[in-house]
Design a protein around this ligand. Structure first.
Ligand SMILES: O=P(O)(O)OC[C@H]1O[C@H](OP(=O)(O)OP(=O)(O)O)[C@H](O)[C@@H]1O
Ligand SMILES: Nc1ncnc2[nH]cnc12
Length: 214
């Protein structure tokens, strides 16, 4: 533990329980309105990143995957790590305005309830190409659904979806019902994830990890 009551970033426990690396996460707020459980700190621990990638790939070990697609922005980190681990290429699904080539666009809204647009380049996906779609987190599922729509509109096949967490929202459940999926959350922690608060945050020194009602 560091002075804030947080697990040291380089820690690797002797008994690596399923999802052990989630203890590296920090409570976070994204502005005053949105409550986040921020997984990005776990990527700084090599073993945590490797185990997270392994866990996310486990339902797909016997699937054939041609390409890994990652969603802008944090989905790029896990998506590219998964692609490298599989020895496959990586396709960036970008928020509007960043790709400077011909694209397919898909409007959507996410947990912010704002209208947004995702884009994918037109010169990579081919009919029948088998794509694993990766993001950091699925809350309402709006972002992942838009990425799926883009991939399927170009007649490629979505092999499945992977994210550190899939909340049990209507959209999260829809994704789980309709696609093969993987996430890193042990059964006993799913309720805490859905409530956007992990009990271990109580060990943090500052009041900034008080349970937030959103
Ligand atoms: O399930 P949803 O409600 O659609 O939300 C999930 C999305 O929200 C986050 O991205 P965000 O755009 O906030 O941040 P990022 O650009 O840092 O990845 C997350 O990484 C997903 O992409
Ligand atoms: N509650 C949440 N925690 C972390 N990342 C998120 N992305 C969207 N919602 C999130």
């Amino acid at each position: 533990m560091n002075s804030e009551g947080q697990m040291e970033v380089s820690t690797v426990p002797a008994d690596k329980k399923r999802g052990w690396y989630l203890s590296l996460m920090a409570p976070n707020t994204k502005g005053p309105t949105f409550c986040w459980l921020d997984p990005s700190r776990l990527y700084c621990n090599a073993q945590a990143l490797a185990d997270c990638v392994k866990d996310l790939l486990s339902p797909f070990n016997t699937d054939s995957i041609d390409l890994v697609a990652g969603i802008d922005a944090m989905g790029f980190i896990l998506g590219a790590s998964i692609a490298t681990s599989l020895g496959k290429g990586f396709l960036a699904i970008r928020k509007a305005g960043h790709l400077c080539v011909a694209t397919q666009k898909q409007n959507y809204s996410d947990y912010t309830k704002r209208e947004k647009t995702l884009e994918v380049r037109l010169d990579v996906l081919k009919p029948g190409m088998r794509v694993l779609v990766v993001d950091q987190w699925i809350e309402t599922g709006g972002t992942m659904k838009a990425a799926i729509q883009l991939i399927e509109s170009l007649e490629a096949t979505v092999v499945g979806v992977a994210a550190v967490a899939i909340e049990n929202t209507e959209g999260g459940k829809w994704l789980k019902d309709n696609y093969t999926f993987s996430h890193c959350i042990p059964e006993e922690l799913q309720g805490q994830i859905d409530g956007k608060y992990l009990n271990f945050f109580k060990s943090f020194q500052d009041g900034y990890c008080d349970k937030r009602v959103i």
